[in-house]
Write a protein that binds this ligand. Structure first.
Ligand SMILES: [Zn+2]
Ligand SMILES: [Zn+2]
Length: 382
């Protein structure tokens, strides 16, 4: 039975935000809840379906995986390579598997990493990009130390390209050998044919019959705009070559993003801290701030702006994955107390201070604070 698209299940557009997802889910869950539909199998199925859809879409990582790979992102099994999203996204078991794959990277020719079917191992690598690159998307070239199909024998493992095989003399075609170990007879995979039961009569001189050789490859990777730290890109068939023409494994590229000296990212929003001169904050005006797309944005600062005040610039934030939409940019201001005053500045500020003392409305927060302090003391009868 074909599975329905998760967005379709919840009846929301693909760029629905968290709130819209939650609303749609709640409505459907109420409607199809088993308590409301006792004995109704169809309602139960619908209830499960919307639960499953919401479970994936409410989780940013799972949702990104779903957007990229569809239901395939969560189908477990599927042979040796397995699926990184199948059994628990960051499950310990899976990490171990990746560690082993990683271990293969610098290692010897990858016979050990091969699957029993001969399918090549999956490989994992990392690429670190700047925040600007994550915003705009980028193309990068990665070097993958890997074994590739042997050119000399076109992967057949046979010299001259024609694979003539003989029954393995060691195991007589069984793929297993028995050996005496103390009193016991133990069965092992045949070391001559690696369990295949047959050996190549005329093995390729370049790869010794394995059908693949160790070689670094340069691979172009397209990183889409809006990627997040830890986004995993799957390049099907770009992993280790299979044994004697068997399918290659997949390559997983984990994207890391370098911290930025100016911008902080939270989801699709961007935060930037901008210092204002005390007088700028008091008098108001406009300041120019950089935006992640390399442009400039103007923020108008109202008179009497306080330290910590935040201004939102709509759609100046991060690009949203698989969408033309953008998040917002938040500009948080700090107010700088002037230092190293000139004689003139000091004089002006002293005049200002004298004026401020006469006008309590200049500093509403101080005014409120000191009147509370006064009440506090009066309350104690001092
Ligand atoms: Zn054998
Ligand atoms: Zn070869």
């Amino acid at each position: 039975m074909a599975k329905r698209d998760y967005y379709e299940v919840l009846g929301v557009p693909r760029d629905a935000n968290e709130d819209a997802l939650k609303k749609a889910f709640r409505k459907l869950a109420m409607q199809h809840h088993p308590d409301r539909n006792p004995g109704d199998k169809a309602a139960e199925a619908k209830f499960k379906e919307c639960n499953e859809a919401y479970d994936v879409l409410k989780d940013a990582e799972k949702r990104a995986a779903y957007d990229r790979y569809g239901h395939a992102a969560f189908e477990g099994g599927g042979g040796g390579g397995g699926n990184p999203f199948g059994g628990g996204f960051a499950g310990g078991g899976f990490e171990d598997i990746f560690e082993q794959m990683f271990g293969n990277f610098g290692g010897r020719a990858g016979r050990g990493g091969a699957q029993p079917s001969g399918r090549g191992s999956d490989l994992r690598t990392e690429v670190t990009i700047s925040l600007e690159e994550a915003f705009a998307g980028t193309k990068t070239t990665i070097r993958v130390p890997s074994s590739v199909t042997c050119d000399h024998c076109s992967g057949s493992g046979a010299e001259g390209g024609t694979a003539q095989t003989d029954t393995c003399g060691t195991c007589k075609g069984a793929g297993k050998v028995r050996a005496q170990s103390g009193f016991f007879l133990v069965e092992r995979t045949c070391p001559t044919c690696n369990g295949a039961g047959r050996i190549i009569k005329n093995p390729c001189k370049v790869c010794n019959g394995a059908g693949r050789v160790q070689r670094d490859r340069n691979l172009a990777v397209t990183i889409p705009a809006g990627v997040e730290e830890g986004t995993r890109i799957r390049l099907a068939g770009e992993g280790e070559a299979g044994l004697r023409g068997a399918p290659a494994g997949d390559l997983y590229v984990d994207v890391g993003i370098r911290p930025h000296p100016i911008f902080q990212r939270e989801g699709n929003n961007i935060f930037i801290r901008v210092p204002l001169r005390m007088t700028q904050a008091a008098l108001g005006g406009t300041v120019e701030v950089p935006s992640i797309d390399g442009g400039r944005a103007r923020v108008s600062i109202p008179t009497g702006t306080q330290a910590g005040d935040q201004f939102r610039l709509r759609s100046k934030g991060f690009s949203v994955l698989r969408s033309a939409a953008r998040g917002d940019m938040y500009v948080q201001v700090s107010v700088e107390t002037p230092q190293n005053l000139t004689a003139k500045q000091r004089e002006l500020l002293e005049q200002f201070e004298a004026e401020a003392e006469a006008n309590s409305r200049t500093s509403p927060e101080s005014e409120g604070f000191f009147s509370r302090v006064k009440e506090f003391w009066e309350g104690l009868g001092r």
